[in-house]
Design a protein around this ligand. Structure first.
Ligand SMILES: NC(=O)C1=CN([C@@H]2O[C@H](COP(=O)(O)OP(=O)(O)OC[C@H]3O[C@@H](n4cnc5c(N)ncnc54)[C@H](O)[C@@H]3O)[C@@H](O)[C@H]2O)C=CC1
Ligand SMILES: O=C([O-])CC(=O)C(=O)O
Length: 267
C-alpha cells in the first residue's frame, strides 16, 4: 500500500499525540516525512518518536525552516502551532498541492484570508480540514445554519491560570469568578490568539465570526475548559457542551480527521 505522506508544523503537546498515534498503528495509511517547529530540538523530538518506533525503515526528517518542510510536498500538512503560523503556511502549502489539517482555525476569522485560502485550495486541487478540536457538532451547526435565520452563541469557562498570558488577567481572578470577555469571535481570537480557536471554528460552521456571540468566564480553581455552543433557528435548538480536563481531545481530533480522510465510511 502506498502510504499518504504527512508533515507537522508546531511540535508541542498536540503534535506529540499524533506521533504517538502513528506509533500505536492508529494511522497505518500514513507516513510522517517532515516536522518543523520554532526550535529544531522540538522538531527533532517528534521525528525521533516515530524514527525510534514505527518508522525505523522510513525515517522522518526534522526541518530547519518552514521552506524545507514545504519542499517535502507532503500530501497533508498538520498545523499544530498557532494562528500566525497558519497564516504563514496556508497559501504556499496549498500552492504546492499539499492539503492542510489545521487546529489554529482562528486564522480564518479574517474573511479575506479565508476566501483566498478557499480559492487557492480549489485552484490547486487541495483541501483544508478544520478539525473539531476541543468541541464538536459541526454537522448540526452547519445544518441549522443552512435552514436559515440562525443565531449562535459560544460560552467558555476556564481557570484563571490559563488566562495569565492575556491582558484580561489580574490576581483577583484567583478568588473571584468573572466574565472576562464578551464580544464576537473575531474580537475573541484577537484577544486570546491561542485559546479560542474553537469559537472561530464554530462560527465558520454557523453564523460567521462577526455574528457569533462569545463570552469567556474565569472561575477560580477551574481545571480544563468547558465550551457551550447554542445554535438556534425557527425549528432547531442545538446545544453542544464539551468539557475537557486537558486539551488532549484536540490532538485526538486530528487523528480522527486523518482516519476519516481515508475511511470508506465518512462521519
Ligand atoms: N482547535 C482547537 O480545539 C485547539 C487548537 N489549539 C491550537 O493548537 C496549537 C498547538 O497547541 P499545543 O500543541 O497545545 O501547543 P504547544 O505550545 O504545546 O505547541 C506548539 C508548538 O508550536 C511551535 N510554534 C508556535 N508558533 C510557531 C510558528 N510560527 N512556527 C513554527 N512553530 C511554531 C511552538 O514553539 C511549540 O513548540 C495552539 O497554539 C492553538 O492555536 C489548541 C488547543 C485546541
Ligand atoms: O483547548 C481548548 O479548550 C480550546 C483552545 O485552546 C483553542 O480553541 O484554541
Amino acid at each position: 500500500m502506498e502510504r499518504k505522506t504527512l508533515a507537522i508544523v508546531g511540535c508541542g503537546k498536540l503534535a506529540s499525540i499524533i506521533a504517538d498515534a502513528l506509533n500505536a498503528n492508529l494511522l497505518p495509511e500514513y507516513q510522517l516525512i517532515a516536522t518543523y517547529s520554532r526550535s529544531i530540538e522540538k522538531a527533532q523530538n517528534i521525528a525521533n518518536k516515530v524514527n525510534n518506533e514505527s518508522q525505523k525503515d522510513s525515517p522522518c526528517k526534522a526541518c530547519n525552516s518552514l521552506e524545507e518542510l514545504l519542499a517535502s510536498e507532503a500530501n497533508y500538512i498538520i498545523e499544530a502551532a498557532s494562528p500566525d503560523s497558519m497564516r504563514t503556511l496556508a497559501l504556499p502549502a496549498l500552492k504546492n498541492g499539499s492539503s492542510i489539517v489545521t487546529l489554529s482555525i482562528g486564522a480564518f476569522a479574517d474573511e479575506e484570508f479565508y476566501e483566498e485560502v478557499k480559492r487557492t485550495a480549489l485552484a490547486n486541487n487541495a483541501r483544508v480540514h478544520l478539525v473539531s478540536g476541543a468541541i464538536g457538532g459541526f454537522d448540526v451547526m452547519r445544518t441549522a445554519a443552512l435552514m436559515g435565520n440562525c443565531t449562535a452563541t459560544f460560552d467558555t469557562e476556564k481557570g484563571p491560570n490559563s488566562l495569565k498570558r492575556y491582558s484580561v488577567y489580574d490576581e483577583s481572578l484567583q478568588t473571584e469568578k468573572r466574565k472576562v470577555f464578551e464580544g464576537n469571535a473575531k474580537e475573541a481570537i484577537a484577544l486570546f490568539p491561542n485559546s479560542v480557536n474553537v469559537s472561530v471554528a464554530a462560527s465558520l460552521a454557523s453564523v460567521g465570526p462577526e455574528k457569533m456571540k462569545v463570552s469567556v468566564t474565569s472561575t477560580p480553581g477551574y481545571i480544563g475548559d468547558n465550551h457551550r455552543i447554542e445554535v438556534k433557528n425557527e425549528q432547531v435548538h442545538a446545544v453542544i457542551d464539551v468539557y475537557s480536563s486537558t486539551a488532549q481531545i484536540a490532538g485526538w481530533s486530528v487523528v480522527n480527521t486523518l482516519r476519516n480522510i481515508v475511511s470508506p465510511i465518512v462521519f
